[in-house]
Design a protein around this ligand. Structure first.
Ligand SMILES: Nc1ncnc2c1ncn2[C@@H]1O[C@H](COP(=O)(O)OP(=O)(O)OP(=O)(O)O)[C@@H](O)[C@H]1O
Ligand SMILES: [Mg+2]
Length: 253
């Protein structure tokens, strides 16, 4: 049995004459790992910006767990259980890896540390941050400034920071962009094992179709602000409209 966790109805966002999200009905089922695909400029990030509250919709509604959140602030949506990572990582480079996670935990608890070092002195928060870093394989880097991480580790830390908000629904905007092909699968192995273990519903924006087919339960394909197709990895692999429009080549044998 499937339960709808999130649903957008006729959601619209235009930038001038450009309808980046054009009357989109997008549904996420509880517990699934959904891949959101589409060529550059398809509207994927804009859709996630609307759902996470970074952008206000021009029209349409966003319903999360049966409640209309369309006009809620980012913070209200985080409290409701919606979190996201960014296409370009959003880290405090001078802070340690552990403090980057600890700050999110403070924010989640509605506290503002007056000094960055407060995080280190709050043992409950520090313990939770250490636990998150262990889950993401970053424990050995805890004391290092975030600037000292490799690109792959930075991408993982950015996901860990969003995960530390304890969301029910986690949006990951290109968690493997900017890293070598060889590093993509190890990152996805870590991310998917954490979200599955913690029963977090995840929507992953991803361009690499090998990664998409390998890790997702279901795929939604966007094109020019609209949903072009959705279905299981097998259905999408066989969908000629998707393969010609988005992948630009016939489906792999
Ligand atoms: N803040 C903005 N102001 C004006 N236009 C924008 C803005 N953000 C996005 N757009 C436009 O909206 C459209 C959708 O952009 P969006 O970033 O959502 O695409 P995307 O699917 O995430 O692409 P990519 O795969 O390149 O990240 C594009 O035409 C883009 O130029
Ligand atoms: Mg994008």
């Amino acid at each position: 049995m499937t339960t709808v966790l999130l649903e957008t109805r006729r959601l619209v966002k235009a930038f001038g004459a450009n309808r980046a999200v054009d009357a989109v009905d997008f549904t996420v089922q509880a517990g699934e790992l959904l891949a959101l695909i589409g060529s550059n400029g398809a509207g994927k990030t804009t859709l996630v910006n609307l759902i996470s509250g970074l952008l206000q919709a021009d029209a349409g509604t966003i319903v999360f767990e049966g409640r209309d959140v369309t006009r809620q602030s980012i913070h209200e949506r985080i409290e409701a259980g919606i979190a996201r990572s960014f296409q370009l990582v959003n880290l405090f480079d001078q802070l340690t890896v552990a403090d980057n996670v600890a700050l999110t935990i403070f924010a989640r608890q509605g506290k503002t540390p007056h000094l960055w070092t407060v995080a280190a002195r709050d043992t409950v928060v520090a313990d939770e941050a250490a636990q998150v870093l262990r889950q993401f394989g970053l424990a050995s880097k805890a004391g290092m400034p975030a600037a000292g991480l490799s690109q792959g580790e930075r991408k993982l830390l950015d996901v860990a920071v969003a995960y530390a908000l304890k969301p029910k629904l986690l949006f990951l905007d290109e968690p493997t962009s900017g890293v070598s092909t060889r590093e993509k699968a190890p990152i996805m192995d870590v991310v998917t094992s954490v979200v599955r273990q913690e029963h977090i519903t995840a929507v992953v924006i991803e361009h690499d179709m090998d990664i998409v087919f390998r890790y997702s339960d279901r795929i939604v394909a966007m094109h020019q602000g609209a949903i072009l197709a959705q279905g299981s990895p097998d259905e999408i692999r066989r969908n000629e409209q998707v393969t010609t429009t988005l992948i630009g080549s016939p489906p792999p044998a």
